[in-house]
Design a protein around this ligand. Structure first.
Ligand code: AMP
Length: 365
């Protein structure tokens, strides 16, 4: 890009306030990164004692239909970002009238609905699992005829960590799968026979500059991310393909900020599973692998600062600490070359993300 075409909006000044919708661990780590760059964060979260509240300059505890609280929040901040994608549309309409929301509405509208997202990816010429919209039993029968089993029925909205999904191993499982989703609008996806799963964490600055992190290889347990390892098992060509796919998506959405792109690796090429318009659990390794991690990169992008050096300087395995895993804290603290990140959550319920560790080694290449 030449200097003539570069956007000239000045970056957010030191001391400016970034509003974050959602007060979970992603908001917490965004807030810490923002503080390192001299910004203040104001978190908006309906739940009590959110992890991000402990490390932010201000916290609003209110629901997403509290218009007075939303307006006061917007007026107290300079720019608004978010750590989850299921923000109600009416709240976004209100907020957007007051302050810029980054990443913008197109990314949110696309990723809030699996069907819209899959159609968008196909229109870009990218590969996805075969899919069909399912609103009732008749649709599901037709979709199964077309796509075949095994397949996965997924709700169009509000799915995360494998929730809102039902496997269909044989056509006879159809009624049970439909019942499991409680009649929610859904998408049937053909089962992808992948060798492994990877993700690319990509960033796009306000000026259109793009920087993608090295793809990470993801292992799930019980539908929840267990580990991300860099480098992923990929050929040089696959690595390039993965990064180009992420860049295509970022540009098409005219995106500002960090995005997670999950991909299936198959002998026929890379298949896009889903996109997340935010910092991503599979990008936590960047905290120890890179000079500028995904959280700082996101803050830089939405603040209008130049993106930082996202090159990988170490081999890293990130392991999530789920539920009682956090009881291993003393042993983890004693491990060499291991960084521990806890989210400040009091109650280690099964399936709850309590923290993560990054284990590092010098980069092999
Ligand atoms: P999702 O919430 O859509 O990311 O799905 C969670 C996990 O389920 C993925 O990371 C995969 O391990 C698996 N999965 C989802 N969709 C498919 C598919 N179409 N084919 C095979 N495995 C899938």
């Amino acid at each position: 890009m030449t200097d003539q075409t570069r956007e000239t909006t000045p970056p957010l000044p030191a001391g400016a306030t970034i509003g974050i919708l959602g007060g979970g661990q992603l908001g917490r780590m965004l807030s810490v990164a923002a503080a390192r760059l001299g910004y203040r964060c104001h978190v908006y979260e309906p739940g009590a004692r959110p992890p991000a509240g402990d490390v932010s300059a201000a916290l609003t505890t209110a629901s997403y239909d509290d218009t007075a609280a939303l307006r006061a929040f917007a007026q107290a901040v300079d720019v608004i970002t978010y750590e989850f994608e299921n923000i109600p549309t009416a709240a976004l309409d209100l907020l957007e009238a007051e302050r810029p929301i980054r990443p913008g509405r197109k990314a949110l509208a696309t990723s809030q609905d699996r069907l819209t997202e899959k159609r968008f990816l196909r229109e870009l010429g990218l590969s996805t699992a075969p899919f069909a919209a399912v609103d009732d039993a008749g649709d599901l029968d037709r979709a199964l005829d077309e796509i075949g089993a095994p397949a996965i029925l997924k709700t169009r909205r509000f799915g995360y960590d494998g929730k809102g999904q039902a496997r269909i191993t044989r056509p006879e499982d159809a009624a049970q799968a439909l019942a499991a989703l409680n009649g929610a609008p859904a998408v049937l996806e053909g089962f992808v026979d992948f060798t492994h799963e990877i993700s690319v964490i990509g960033a796009r600055g306000a000026d259109g500059q793009i920087s993608c992190y090295d793809p990470g290889e993801n292992l799930h347990r019980d539908g929840i991310l267990h580990t991300t390892t860099v480098p992923a098992r990929l050929s040089a060509a696959q690595r390039t393909d993965a990064v180009l796919i992420a860049a295509r998506i970022l540009n098409a959405l005219d995106y500002t900020g960090v995005m997670g792109v999950e991909l299936f690796v198959t002998p026929q090429g890379l298949i896009v599973n889903e996109i997340a318009p935010r910092v991503h659990n599979s990008g936590h390794w960047t905290q120890q692998g890179c000079a500028v991690d995904q959280f700082e990169q996101h803050i830089r992008a939405i603040a209008g600062l130049p993106l930082g050096d996202g090159q990988r300087y170490a081999d890293v395995t990130m392991e999530n600490l789920i539920g009682d895993d956090v009881a291993r804290l003393p042993a983890l603290c004693g491990e060499p070359a291991t960084a521990v990140h806890l989210y400040g959550k009091a109650d280690p319920r099964p399936g709850r993300k309590m923290g993560h560790v990054n284990r590092i080694q010098p980069a092999r290449r």
